[in-house]
Design a protein around this ligand. Structure first.
Ligand SMILES: Cc1cc2nc3c(=O)[nH]c(=O)nc-3n(C[C@H](O)[C@H](O)[C@H](O)COP(=O)(O)OP(=O)(O)OC[C@H]3O[C@@H](n4cnc5c(N)ncnc54)[C@H](O)[C@@H]3O)c2cc1C
Length: 207
């Protein structure tokens, strides 16, 4: 667990209203793919803490979070132009993560595609199986998703996550869900409809 200042190395657009924020990894920061951190910055004189989930496969030299920027939000719009700024990083937190399982099913909505991509890259590097179901057909991180598909990951980009989960759910996979409340509710219902126990899934609810 760390609680320290870290520098934002780079911010780049990775999809509609979505940026990837690359942060220099503090010493002794060893998160698992899919865990999240608390990011705190001073915005217009206010101390603003928010949680963001790792979207890189590791945190070797830098780590990345993927942020959906709402124009009327607070930290999101600030992060969009924060290259070179420092933020406070606390974590890692969370029990929804990839830990070397032979088979993982990630069900992701919105910026939840970030952890899905990071987990996918780590699983493929480990020669493990990974399936990503994304709720929609215009995900951020298109290039990394294409590379994942080329490397053997199974991808379903669809508004109908019920059908996609029904087709890809297997009882022995590590099932992980990332997204905002409405999407999480839908994903858990899809897991149940596919014959799984939603309580067995690792869930990271973005609020
Ligand atoms: C465990 C966890 C992990 C998360 N991981 C991610 C992640 O990987 N990526 C990601 O993008 N998000 C993630 N989130 C969500 C993130 O922490 C923030 O909540 C999100 O980025 C919005 O923060 P903000 O400061 O930009 O917006 P906020 O200022 O918090 O506003 C949020 C929204 O509320 C509304 N709002 C704000 N102010 C007003 C107002 N005065 N009147 C009316 N409406 C208003 C707006 O629609 C605004 O967009 C995660 C959350 C949790 C709990």
């Amino acid at each position: 667990m760390i609680d320290t200042e870290a520098k934002i190395r780079r911010v780049r657009e990775v999809g509609p209203e979505t940026v990837a924020v690359e942060i220099v990894s503090p010493d002794n920061f060893d998160p698992k793919p899919g865990q999240f951190v608390k990011v705190t910055a001073w915005v217009d004189g206010e101390h603003v803490p928010r949680f963001y989930t790792l979207s890189s496969p590791d945190a070797a030299e830098t780590f990345e979070v993927t942020v959906e920027v709402e124009s009327d939000g607070t930290l999101g719009p600030w992060l969009e132009t924060a290259s070179g700024e420092s933020v406070r990083i606390e974590g890692p937190y969370g029990r929804a993560y990839y830990d070397g399982e032979p088979s993982t099913l990630v069900i992701a909505g919105g910026p939840g595609i970030g952890p899905a991509v990071g987990i996918g890259e780590r699983a493929i590097a480990d020669n493990n199986g990974v399936t990503i179901v994304f709720g929609g057909d215009e995900p951020p991180h298109r290039e990394r998703l294409a590379d994942l598909a080329d490397a053997g990951a199974e991808l379903r980009l669809t508004a109908d996550i019920h059908a996609a989960v029904a087709e890809t759910y297997t009882g022995d996979a590590n099932v992980l869900v990332y997204g905002f409340q409405e999407f999480v509710t839908e994903a858990l219902a899809a897991i149940e409809a596919a014959g799984g126990d939603p309580d067995d899934a690792g869930v990271e609810n973005f609020g």
